[in-house]
Design a protein around this ligand. Structure first.
Ligand code: ADP
Ligand code: MG
Length: 465
């Protein structure tokens, strides 16, 4: 019976998120297919196959899974914990109590989710990833300003800078930094109600609250917070209702002297279709950016992660990695972990040669180097139009085709997110970028001419790099 419940939850969960593809990219849906759901009424346990999956769920998807779960069970108070051990056949029907399992807690010290109803125990779930601390955050020229401001805020919530808005490209440590502020605060001021939430989760939760007719509780909950950490606010783009709700939450928190911390991939002014009143509010306090790290900082970060993950790579390989992966620390880490795993499994010392071969499949180094401008130039030339026309709002047929193609290529050949692509394409919404991508993807199957165009353009772009 729980199997079908779990399938419904997964189905609902897979519909969340304004960036289709993110779930697929993490493979989380596949990983969760095999999970076993146990429990009844208001307390369920999900058994996953490994600590890796458990961590992935806890760190990134717990909030959304819970929201999906609450919708499907029509029970806004239901609680879902994530456990690691494979279930014994007898255990399948047993209800698992958190106390009986040391691994059972979803977040250290707090085993409950945010109380939606009035009779839930008043334990605060800050939703922070405990791995993101100041201690393991490497400071370099690229982030020293943001880091200094973050420390000041952690020490003096609501007194130093409010709001604090940090921005930078994907994988440069925004989530780590804003989470470190929260983790530091709850150590220094345990009574503070700190809440970390991604903008997408805020949106999903709001939609769910609307559906359950629980908007009052939703608002109430957000107004009780002492410190609101909201990650990736660029996703507010095109979400009018969420913007409106956040506006009221922002005002209420701000007026009551509560700390607000925001992260984004760009300046407030560059978030397309963000309401003026939010744009200006986001800039009321302090705005700090995180830049691409230099070589030394990357090496320090790698050393730290190697110690943390107990991976031992020779220093020349570390330098090779820091040199090859230019602008995304998450990829840098991913590469290190894969090399470490390979070394362990094969019982081999990793050399630069091995690293080069392994990484060539993982991430063609040219991917980073192809710029949006180059793509637009090639596409424009091919379709005999101008790059600025592709970016414009004009809609004649060739231009529309060129535009879709450009979006598709940018998505395939660069690291840009949909919101970034939307912006690069003349300030369009990220949903437009998603639409373009899907259009090409769909047509490719039935339109050999389009496939040929794509192959030709890709070749040209990759050759020149
Ligand atoms: P973003 O939110 O900007 O996309 P994240 O905060 O998720 O990036 O960072 C990606 C990965 O890189 C995380 O594992 C994070 O711990 C690591 N990282 C980023 N910057 C640093 C840093 N300065 N020191 C240590 N680790 C870092
Ligand atoms: Mg992030």
């Amino acid at each position: 019976m729980n199997d079908s419940l779990w399938n419904q939850v997964l189905e609902r969960f897979s519909e969340f998120g304004s960036e289709p593809g993110v779930l697929e990219r993490d493979g989380i849906l596949d990983l969760l297919q095999g999970a076993v759901l146990e429990g009844e009424k208001s307390h369920y346990s999900l058994r996953v196959g490994s600590t890796f999956i458990q961590r992935l769920v806890q760190n990134r998807y717990h909030h959304d899974l819970l929201t999906a779960f609450r919708e499907v069970t029509h029970n806004p108070e239901v609680f879902l914990e994530v456990l690691v051990q494979p279930a014994s056949p007898a255990g399948r029907k047993k209800r698992i109590r958190p106390k009986s399992s040391p691994e059972g807690e979803v977040f250290p010290g707090k085993s409950r989710s945010l109380p939606l109803g009035t009779d839930s125990p008043p334990v605060w779930n800050h939703n922070l990833n405990p791995r993101y601390m100041f201690d393991n955050y490497v400071v370099g020229v690229c982030n020293q300003f943001a880091h200094a401001a973050a420390c000041a805020i952690a020490n003096n919530p609501s007194k130093a800078y409010n709001p604090f808005y940090v921005f930078g490209s994907v994988g440069l440590g925004k989530t780590h930094l804003v989470s470190a502020i929260g983790n530091c605060m709850i150590q220094l001021y345990p009574a503070l109600k700190v809440l970390y939430i991604t903008t997408e989760s805020f949106l999903n939760e709001m939609v769910s609250a609307i559906k359950f007719n629980k908007m009052n509780e939703f608002r109430e909950r957000y107004r009780k917070i002492d410190v609101l950490i909201m990650d990736d606010v660029q996703f507010l783009s095109g979400k009018e209702r969420t913007q409106e709700e956040l506006f009221y939450t922002f005002n209420s928190l701000y007026e009551n002297g509560k700390q607000i911390i925001l992260s984004s991939d760009c300046m407030p002014n560059d978030i397309p279709t963000l309401e003026g009143r939010l744009k200006s509010r986001f800039g009321w306090g302090l705005i700090a950016d995180i830049q691409i790290p230099d070589f030394e900082t990357k090496v320090e970060i790698l050393k730290g992660k190697m110690a943390q993950e107990k991976i031992d790579l020779p220093m020349d390989v570390v330098y090779f990695l820091a040199n090859s992966i230019k602008s995304n620390i998450r990829e840098l880490e991913g590469a290190m972990i894969r090399l470490g795993a390979y070394g362990n499994l094969m019982g081999k010392q990793i050399t630069i040669e091995v690293a080069r071969t392994l990484l060539a499949d993982l991430m063609p180094l040219s991917r980073e180097a192809i710029s949006v401008d180059r793509i637009l130039q090639e596409v424009a030339e091919y379709y005999r139009v101008l790059p600025k026309e592709i970016r414009s709002k004009k809609r004649h047929k060739t231009l529309v085709t060129a535009r879709h193609m450009a979006v598709f290529l940018i998505r395939e050949l660069t690291q840009k997110s949909y919101p970034e692509i939307g912006r690069e394409m003349g300030g369009r919404d990220h949903s437009t970028a998603i639409y373009s991508f899907k259009m090409v993807e769909e047509k490719l199957e039935s339109d050999p001419a389009l496939s040929a165009d794509l192959v030709y353009l890709k070749k040209r772009l990759e050759q020149a790099n």
